[in-house]
Design a protein around this ligand. Sequence first.
Ligand code: 8LH
Length: 473
Amino acid sequence: MEEWNFPPSYRNDYFPDANSPYWFRDRETMDPEKRDELIVARIREVMAYAYDHSPFYQRKWDEAGIKANDIRTLADFEEVPVVTKQELRDSQAKNPPFGDYLCCPESDIHHIHGTSGTTGRPTAFGISRRDWETIANNHARIMWGMGLRPGDTVFVAAILSLYMGSWGALIGAERLGCKAFPFGAGAPGMTARAVTWLGMMKPAGLYSTPSYALRLAEVAREEGVDPREFGIKVLFFSGEPGGSIPSIRDKIQQIYGAKVVDCGTMAELTPWMHASGSADTEGMLLWQDVVYTEVADPKTNRRVPYGEQGTPIYTHLERTSQPMIRMVSGDLTHWVMEDNPCGRTYPRLPKGIYGRIDDMFQIRGENVYPSAIAEVLEGLSGYGGEHRIIISRGGSMDELAVKAEFDQEVAGRGPDAVRSLGEKAEAELSRVLGVRARVVMVEPDTFPRTDFKAQRVVDDRDLYQSLNQKRGG
Ligand code: 8LH
């Protein structure tokens, strides 16, 4: 059925009917129970393959006493031990450079990439030519679902080195028959140049992080350009929360006059677009026939029912070089199974991925996500576009302070307008978060902007103490 094989073998000249909203209608719209049956059979094949080709999986599953053939249901699969990032690092340290979960001969490796984080031992991705083509085919299919079409120009405005996001968007656009523009990001002066090139190329699609799309719009305005003049149809974002946060999504849609689609999971899980919205469906669909995703209780690693919150655990169904089988993400989301406006029968993450469990902090018993704070501020008219979250864990009670920029318009209206915006932000944050948040309004452009993923949490106890003294608190 529609090239759903393992090992995958896609025809690189395949295109759906030009009027079809689906790349593979059957795979995308089939009865989900039928799909689950096929997924179970595919899991057995992928597990047997990984066991035969990798000492890593042999060790892991022998220790757990699990064999591919034991997996008869999706519930059986929950018995399979999860893979953590640390295990991948350890495997690569002992078996450099690709680890003993590399399931193809090193001579088959076509691309080397790696994790983009700056702390800890980086992880190397060794991707075979077959996998590279599979990734391109999967991303082209999902980008078709976003409404992009052959001949469209796709502008990749993200760092093109150690970030799989940019490469994944690029090869998807190439396979889709688009005019792919690997513009990149991150070099000095590059955002202003992006404004010029966007004006010249008028791309149908733009890929970046949500934070960078906001930055790009600011710079465009500084250059006297209205971002709507770029004529973009679809902005597809990954890398951080934002594309499924209504206040942020709506603001960006309004600024660019374009549709925002949220996508993306983890570099290890490339084809990372396997969680992605579509032209008609907001949030993220889980394209389960590409990567099987379980939203699970982080303590038990077992699926939670639809409607509940958990951490995504991912399993490649179409990768042969470094397949991830039950890789635990450490992110948080909640999933639902409903009729989707686009007709695809996948489960959906209506609010996308909120953030990492590690980034969540507790203030007087309440769980607070940085993305929830961004959501509130972006919804306030007069907010200047950047903020920092300051957590104090020094005293007997945890305290939360937010430094938020006001915009030029509020600045022009004077101190009363600034104070009133601060009070409004404080009231709204306290209402939404369920805990008191102190807000300090700061001048426009106080904080540096990012051309990658935003980092806004500051654990700065000294600053908090001086703030307390000023307020006599
Ligand atoms: C997200 C999202 C999203 C990623 N909403 N959080 O960009 C896709 C891939 C290549 C990527 O960013 O991989 P990387 O650098 O390994 O980072 C993975 C983390 O990024 C992931 O665990 C999430 O915390 C976050 N992330 N896409 C919310 N659409």
